[in-house]
Design a protein around this ligand. Structure first.
Ligand code: H2B
Length: 95
């Protein structure tokens, strides 16, 4: 699968509020009320991530989880990242 063009990424981000393009990736920072809520979100996301076999780069600082999605095999954003972002959005909405 080849990388999305900037125009394709822009189109995809229209349905992903809060996500933006950063170089070869799409990114979003999620803020929760507490550290525990941030970790619970990570734990809830782990199942669907495993099922997709596509993995985020993410960091947690206290109540924040910063997520960066890119397809390492092609060095850019693909449909797999967009689908993963949608799954992560669903998990965050339920948090
Ligand atoms: N995650 C991400 N973000 N990019 C990849 O290229 C990738 C991955 N490759 N998870 C997957 C695993 C690959 O190693 C397996 C074989 O599908």
């Amino acid at each position: 699968m080849s990388s999305f063009t900037d125009a394709q990424i822009e189109d995809a981000l229209e349905n992903l509020p809060g996500w933006s393009q950063e170089g070869e990736a799409i990114v979003k920072s999620y803020e929760f009320s507490t550290f525990d809520a941030a970790i619970a979100f990570i734990n809830r996301a782990a199942g669907p991530i495993t099922e997709m076999d596509h993995h985020p780069e993410w960091t947690n600082v206290y109540n924040r989880v910063d997520i960066r999605l890119s397809s390492h095999d092609v060095g850019g954003v693909t449909d797999r990242d967009v689908r993963l972002a949608k799954v992560i959005e669903r998990v965050a909405d339920a948090s």
